[in-house]
Structures are given as C-alpha cells and as structure tokens.
Design a protein around this ligand. Structure first.
Ligand SMILES: [Zn+2]
Length: 192
C-alpha cells in the first residue's frame, strides 16, 4: 500500500513537471544541472586548490584544474616508451598502460585503451566551436584530454592526453614479468 502510494506521488510529480513546461526545456535541464554538478564537488576525491597549487607545476595545475591544453610536442610523455603505468597526476589513480600507448603523430601522448573502463569519465565539450569528448579522471575530476574515434585497432579509440595530467610509474622487475605472463595467458593469472 505504501509503495503504491509513493509511486502515485511520483507519477503526480512527473505529471506536474510535464505540465509546467511546454517545450523541450525540461529534457535539457537535468543534463545541464548534472554537468554543473559534475564539474564541482561530486567527484569521490577532492583536494584543496591551495594544496594543488603547491604540489603541481603551473602547467599541471592549468591543464588538470582549468581544462588547459599543453602545446603539442612539448609534453614529457609524448615520445615516452618505457614500460609501466600512467597515473592521474592529481590523485594517483592508474589510468593507462604503456601497452596501449601508440604514436599518433598528434604531439600528445595517445592511448587506444584504458586500464579500467570506469577510471575515466567522458563528457561533451563544445569549447572552441567544436564538439569533442572530454576525458576526465573519474576519481578527482582532473582534466586529462579528449577522446577521438580515429585510433588504431582493436578499439579504434584515441585517448589524446596531456602529459601534464599524467605521472608515470615504471614497471618493476616483478610487475614486468606479471604483465608479460598475463599477456601470454600462460597461467591462471591470464584471466586478470
Ligand atoms: Zn585523478
């Protein structure tokens, strides 16, 4: 009975919303509100801006916190080829593996895949009169770069990422072996 009642109220609420507006406005509004919230304080991890200004370089701060873009071919990881993991420079979350890095010729570090699907959040970016897909760290909301659909196989994706958003962790002797064996799927670890 209580459930039925609540549902009835909810329906009435939706009906009210529908009646109160006669254009496409209500379907636009929730997305706009969501977008505004996401860019602020809904990330699982947040840091005081003062702390970040001290801890990050001016370029790292500008790119990650002010959605900046480093100049092409100037980032420290553009031609970086060591084996290891690329982490978010702000919160340390692992984002990309060197296994998925490729030379796109764009002047920015490029990856065709993520370490984990949920580690990066996507959002529409209409700045500069373009429609692009912005990539953001799912943990702390740091701006990373953009995602394009002209990457190599198997994903066809190109994560075009600022070096300034990344911190590199070289694969240790053990890690190197572990990733090699998982790649070859020789043991039970291959499932990972
Ligand atoms: Zn982060």
């Amino acid at each position: 009975m209580a459930v039925f009642l609540r549902r009835g109220l909810l329906l009435a609420f939706h009906r009210t919303l529908g009646q109160g507006s006669n254009t496409a406005y209500p379907s636009v509004l929730p997305a706009a509100v969501l977008g505004a919230c996401r860019s602020k304080k809904t990330w699982p991890v947040s840091f005081p801006q003062e702390e970040l200004r001290k801890r990050l370089t001016p370029k790292q701060f500008h790119v990650t916190q002010e959605r900046g873009t480093e100049s092409a071919f100037t980032g420290e990881f553009t031609y970086h080829k060591d084996e290891g993991t690329y982490h978010c420079v702000v919160c340390g979350a692992p984002l990309f593996s060197s296994d998925s890095k490729f030379d796109s010729g764009s002047g920015w570090p490029s990856f065709f895949d993520l370490l984990k699907e949920e580690s990066v959040s996507l959002a529409d970016d209409f700045s500069y009169g373009l429609h692009r897909v912005e990539t953001t760290c799912s943990q702390c909301g740091a701006h990373l770069g953009h995602l394009f659909d002209d990457g190599p196989k198997p994903t066809g994706k190109r994560y075009c990422i600022n070096s300034a958003s990344l911190a590199f962790q070289a694969a240790g002797p053990d890690e190197g072996r572990a990733s090699a064996s998982s790649g070859a799927a020789t043991s039970g670890k291959g499932d990972l």
